[in-house]
Ligand binder design. Structure first.
Ligand code: BES
Ligand code: MN
Ligand code: ZN
Length: 492
């Protein structure tokens, strides 16, 4: 799909489908040009459908003669309330409503206060992301209707500033969705490692993959304890991006990579959604998707480390027992009082590894706790960090991406709940505040001189129904936020 800016008049625009965004104020005056072109029938038709341009209100007109053959009107609510998120939603509705149409599409948006290049980027991303369909596992795939070109109307010429970034960003998000959507008999720790290797080769990243023996040599006892009940070998993945120019910033991204989480001997039973636990590698998918995008976007002056300790949490005769005491790579001993709190064990060794690289900042993403889903639902991820600066830069990055995030308290007194009688720490605390103790557990493995943030994506990794730019299923949450966070420059 080619995306460009059309600077001519709405009246003269040629193409097969025209999508028009409208705001509530002065509806008639927004329709003057189109009414001229269609003999006054637009306002009449919209009136008949009681169209008031309320947010997400839609009116579709199919025309029997000539082009455009379809007009799609979408309400955007009050001008003042329009944020990036609303642009993503508006364009996603337009994309879905025009699905199946061929040829050239036009999309016109009312005057708003958001930068025109940012608006263009959001519209372009929304078109590709909202119409994504994963057909890899169908015996026979349906033909996917394709849109040749998308023209964005009503914006100034500098609106094309970010157009080239749209496809690399969307490829990263789609990769993350495909990784998460793949079933656990297809996406295994080894296959994830080989996909990461392929990406590094195709896009010029450095790659290191550690096998079980190499992880053992590095004393990654926490990560390996989780993996030991599975027939599949764990893999430790490390990709490196080195941008051109003098180095200004070095960061590490870590993603939880459980290709399946059965819970272990604390087996997931009842309503714990064991059948969905293929998505427990959503953090790693976001990190690898971001690696692909960053390699293509090639921002200067930055070095990024992408780190994933991937394995399965399964049950066999060698699996960890609830009650086992193990030792992480920083020498801390952990009493595993619950084998289902496995993500934090894998992350513990990944955090120790990342700190040894001495980055300026570390961010981890993980489908870590059901408690986070209870607290924030499925549209908002939880953010834990002691650094106000890092919190701010991540919040900004998420807002620009139209991805929900909310900072949660890192209350140190709750560490009391992780006290172990025998070991240095237990892996789980009491049920109340379960996402907070999870974050506090991770903090034990972070060098306190390095600003670090933890993002719990347990709710946002998966959508029951399509919403906004997300299809039903894997959302690819986090890729766009991380790309923004890496490419935005913040003074530290
Ligand atoms: N992968 C799960 C978290 C999860 C649960 C993600 C539901 C998405 C939906 C994680 O490994 C886990 O099992 N966490 C436990 C922690 C508990 C044992 C302290 C949980 O949330 O129940
Ligand atoms: Mn678990
Ligand atoms: Zn898990």
């Amino acid at each position: 799909m080619r995306i460009s800016i059309y600077t001519g008049h709405l009246q003269e625009w040629q193409g097969s489908v025209l999508i028009v965004g409208l705001v509530e104020e002065n509806l008639d005056s927004q329709l003057v040009e189109l009414d001229k072109r269609f003999d006054g029938n637009i306002s009449k038709g919209l009136n008949r459908q009681d169209f008031k341009a309320k947010e997400s209100q839609v009116a579709v007109f199919e025309l029997l003669q000539g082009e455009p053959s379809k007009l799609i009107f979408i309400g955007m609510g009050e001008t003042q309330k329009i944020e990036i998120d609303n642009i993503y939603n508006f364009a996603a509705i337009g994309a879905r409503k025009s699905l199946g149409s061929q040829g050239k599409l036009g999309i016109s948006i009312p005057e708003i206060s958001i930068d025109s290049a940012i608006t263009t980027k959001a519209i372009g991303e929304a078109f590709r992301l909202a119409t994504f369909k994963d057909q890899r596992f169908k015996g026979k795939s349906e033909p996917v209707p394709s849109i040749d070109a998308l023209e964005i109307l009503n914006l100034n010429e500098s609106a094309d500033r970010f157009i080239e970034q749209i496809n690399p960003i969307c490829s990263g998000v789609e990769l993350a969705r495909e990784l998460v959507g793949a079933p656990p008999n297809s996406l295994t720790p080894s296959s994830l490692a080989s996909i990461a290797t392929d990406i590094s080769k195709q896009h010029g990243l450095e790659v290191k993959i550690l096998n079980q023996k190499e992880c053992k040599a590095r004393k990654m006892g926490a990560f390996l304890a989780v993996a030991q009940g599975s027939d599949l070998e764990p893999k430790f993945i490390h990709l490196i991006y080195k941008g051109k120019g003098p180095l200004k910033r070095k960061v590490a991204l870590i993603g939880k990579g459980l290709t399946f989480d059965s819970g272990g001997y604390n087996l997931k039973v009842g309503a714990s959604q064991i059948d969905l636990m293929k998505f427990d590698m959503g953090g790693s998918a976001a990190v690898i998707g971001t690696a692909r995008a960053i390699a293509e976007l090639s921002p200067e002056g930055i070095e990024v480390h992408f780190i994933v300790a991937t394995c399965e949490n399964m049950i066999n005769g060698s699996a960890v027992h609830p009650g086992d005491i193990i030792t992480a790579s920083n020498g801390k001993t952990i009493e595993i009082n619950n084998t289902d709190a496995e993500g934090r064990l894998t992350l513990a060794d990944a955090l120790v590894y990342a700190c040894a690289l001495k980055p300026d900042e570390i961010v981890d993403l993980a489908t870590l706790t059901g408690a986070c889903v209870v607290a924030l639902g499925t549209e908002i991820a939880g953010l834990w960090t002691d650094s106000a600066q890092l919190a701010y830069s991540l919040e900004q990055a998420a807002e620009q991406a139209g991805e929900g995030i909310w900072r949660m308290p890192m209350r140190n007194s709750y560490k009391e709940g992780l006290k172990s009688m025998l070991a240095d720490i237990k892996n789980t605390g009491p049920r109340p505040g379960g996402s907070i103790t999870a974050a506090l557990f991770l903090k034990e493995f972070v060098d306190q001189s390095i600003p670090w943030a933890h993002i719990d994506i347990a709710g946002t990794v998966w959508a029951e129904k399509e919403r906004g730019v997300d299809p039903a299923g894997a959302t690819g949450y986090g890729v766009r936020t991380l790309i923004n966070w890496i490419t935005n420059s913040y003074s530290k």
